[in-house]
Design a protein around this ligand. Structure first.
Ligand code: ADP
Ligand code: MG
Length: 322
């Protein structure tokens, strides 16, 4: 568009454009991470654990975050749990601005809004307390009366299918049972969000599937929003939405949808989508880049329904030069 044409744009057109502008990033989402950066300094070496991560989670969603070891998963959960403060970016959970909380607000946030399950089964539970006492402990810290604590703890253990473990100490339970009790403990004060960092990392495959099923039950039956982190890409078979993080950034998502065929039978389709970030960046899969030898500069062309990426010296007139 030329300068003259630009200035000739009528007021009505501008107003129309302003109205059509998409709403602010994250409007309506429960968890909003925008361009999150977390840099660790250790012995003069700088590690960028999060490099401009964007993530939106709606109320009631169950999202799995997958990524290789070192991709920034634990850093992300530490930020969301209020344990760690990012170096830059924006992060909000419900009404809480996690960049701007005072120490006192941080304690309130951790007690009321989020529940946490760690990978190490031993870290989740107090070893000399029974399952029921473990679940009741956060309730006591929140000032709930003793009788209510007993009733609620028993109910939570039932929801997680481990009511029969109420009087056992962690050492008297299997790894899977301990993680279910840990989930019940994390839910003690009815948090809006349950965060789980590799909760199945120390379990065998069958028990892992079991614990994931428990997280799904919690999400469906109690309506708790769940973010579960794992290095196991197989998790995408079990949840509706899987977000992949690579090098401290969300790179792609797998969405599973259950549809009904004409004959009434249900089937599930999984679709992998790349994530376009706020700055317009998208990560091209390595196989695609290698197949066409894409390195350094590439040529982009806007087609009617898509954008094409060509090697720098390829012809760009029309689709492929056939
Ligand atoms: N406290 C820390 N000090 C220095 N580097 C850290 C610290 N915590 C994590 N890192 C580094 O940040 C990167 C991301 O770590 P992390 O979030 O633990 O990844 P993941 O949980 O996906 O394995 C890694 O390179 C890790 O070595
Ligand atoms: Mg980790």
């Amino acid at each position: 568009m030329t300068e003259a044409a630009g200035t000739a744009t009528s007021l009505a057109t501008l107003e129309e454009r302003a109205r059509a502008r998409p709403e602010a990033f994250g409007t309506g989402a429960l968890i909003v991470c925008e361009s999150l950066v977390r840099i660790y300094q250790s012995e003069g070496v700088e590690v960028q654990a999060l490099q401009g991560l964007d993530l939106l989670v709606r109320t009631g969603e169950l999202v799995a975050v997958v990524g290789a070891s070192g991709s920034g998963k634990s850093t992300l959960l530490a930020v969301l749990s209020g344990l760690d403060v990012p170096t830059a970016g924006q992060v909000r959970v419900g009404e809480w601005d996690l960049m701007a909380m005072t120490a006192r607000q941080r304690v309130a946030y951790r007690r009321s809004t989020v529940g946490f399950v760690w990978q190490q089964t031993a870290r989740n539970l107090v070893p000399y307390l029974t399952a029921a006492e473990n679940v009741a402990l956060p309730m006591a810290l929140a000032g709930r009366p003793r009788r209510a604590r007993r009733v609620d703890a028993a109910e939570l253990l039932d929801v997680l299918g481990v009511g029969y473990c109420a009087d056992r100490r962690p050492g008297q339970m299997s790894g899977g049972e301990q993680q279910r009790v840990a989930i019940a403990t994390a839910l003690a004060n009815s948090p809006q969000v349950l965060l789980a960092d590799e909760p199945t990392g120390e379990l065998d495959t069958a028990t892992s599937a079991d614990v994931l099923a428990a997280l799904r039950d919690v999400n469906r039956d109690l309506g708790t929003t769940v973010v579960v982190v794992t290095h196991d890409p197989g998790v995408s078979d079990h949840v509706q939405r899987t977000v992949a993080i690579r090098d401290g950034r969300t790179s792609s998502e797998v969405l599973r949808r259950t549809t009904t065929r004409d004959d009434g039978t249900e089937h599930t389709v999984a679709e992998e989508l790349a994530v376009l970030d706020r700055a317009g960046r998208v990560q091209l899969p390595r196989e695609y880049r290698e197949a066409l030898d894409l390195v350094g500069r590439v040529r982009l062309t806007l087609e009617q329904s898509h954008i094409a990426v060509h090697p720098e010296h390829a012809r760009t007139d029309g689709e492929d030069a056939r």
